[in-house]
Design a protein around this ligand. Structure first.
Ligand SMILES: C[S@@+](CC[C@H](N)C(=O)[O-])C[C@H]1O[C@@H](n2cnc3c(N)ncnc32)[C@H](O)[C@@H]1O
Length: 284
């Protein structure tokens, strides 16, 4: 791939999804986009870039989706779900005892394993949450992964990754070689297409935000911007859960680490409340 084409694709991906590719990732771009070019009847990347320059929106979306990493699995990393069950929920049960409601956002939910792990965990705690209104909002940039998530249908391989067998038996029905999550659990999760680079205030306020394994792909400026905007829609005593390779430390003071709980952060209330309104980053 020639350097001009690579630079064009790098810029496009950064603008559209936040993906921050270093200068040496041509092989990755080529391996993901060549099949897409061929599928579109184009001989190679150069021709694909020409088409993109012509402004084909559907093709641009396909390119962006082909370059995102959708890797996920049930109860990924375990610790965040332990924190949810053992730290966040008991705390929220007390602090929200009167209003009896909880809003949780899975901010890059991919094919649904993360929001459905949360739903199963809450369902297992149903007795303690009787009468509570629970909302789980799952958002992702990619419409394709959201469709899979909505269907709640997983392969044998996918259900074997992280899902305890007793939860599989309890909440899934076997359809041939596939497994479908039951409609009650699927109904606990609302799906919305959302680009984190764009405004998300319309989602409303959240008590808990899971934003895991997506910010690692973004540059510092983008991360700061997203953290700052998340701080505006999380409750003052809300909790932010990041992925194992992600942190706010050294990036923003909008959140601070929750003591002794790896990956867990709280909005920093001591931070100046009257800051200038935040603009969203460049996404179109
Ligand atoms: C590696 S998956 C993480 C899934 C899940 N949170 C987990 O930790 O298992 C990253 C997801 O982020 C989504 N994504 C990438 N860029 C995004 C953006 N700008 N806005 C929203 N979602 C994005 C991708 O489509 C992908 O599904």
């Amino acid at each position: 791939m020639n350097i001009m084409d690579y630079e064009f694709l790098r810029k496009l991906l950064k603008e559209r999804s936040g993906l921050d590719l270093s200068a040496d990732k041509q092989y990755l771009v080529e391996s993901r986009l060549l099949p897409l070019a061929r599928k579109a009847g184009l001989p190679g990347i150069a021709e694909l870039v020409q088409k993109l320059k012509g402004g084909l929106d559907a093709l641009t979306t396909e390119v962006v989706e082909a370059m995102t990493t959708n890797e996920t699995f049930f109860f990924r990393d375990k610790i965040p779900f332990d924190h949810l069950r053992d730290t966040i929920l008991p705390m929220m049960q007390q602090s929200r005892a009167n209003r009896k409601s909880l809003r949780i956002w899975s901010a890059a939910s991919s094919t649904g394993q993360e929001p459905y792990s949360i739903a199963m965990l809450l369902k297992e705690k149903a007795a303690a949450l009787t009468g509570w209104r629970i909302e789980i909002v799952a958002t992702d940039l990619s419409q394709e992964v959201l469709e899979k998530s909505k269907a709640g249908i997983y392969s044998q391989f996918e259900v074997q990754r992280g899902l305890p067998i007793q939860l599989l038996v309890k909440y899934f029905a076997q359809i041939g070689e596939l497994w479908q999550l039951n409609s009650e659990l699927r109904g606990m999760v609302q799906h919305r297409q959302l680009n984190l680079l764009q405004d998300f205030t319309h989602l409303g306020k959240f008590d808990v935000i899971f934003c895991r394994n997506v910010l690692i792909y973004f540059d510092q400026e983008t991360k700061i911007n997203i953290f700052d905007r998340m701080a505006k829609i999380i409750e003052p005593d809300g909790m932010l859960m990041l992925g194992a390779a992600e942190t706010v430390v050294g990036i923003t003071d909008a959140f601070r680490p929750y003591p002794d709980k790896r990956g867990l952060y709280q909005p920093n209330c001591e931070r100046g409340a009257a800051r200038a309104p935040l603009r969203v980053v460049a996404a179109r």
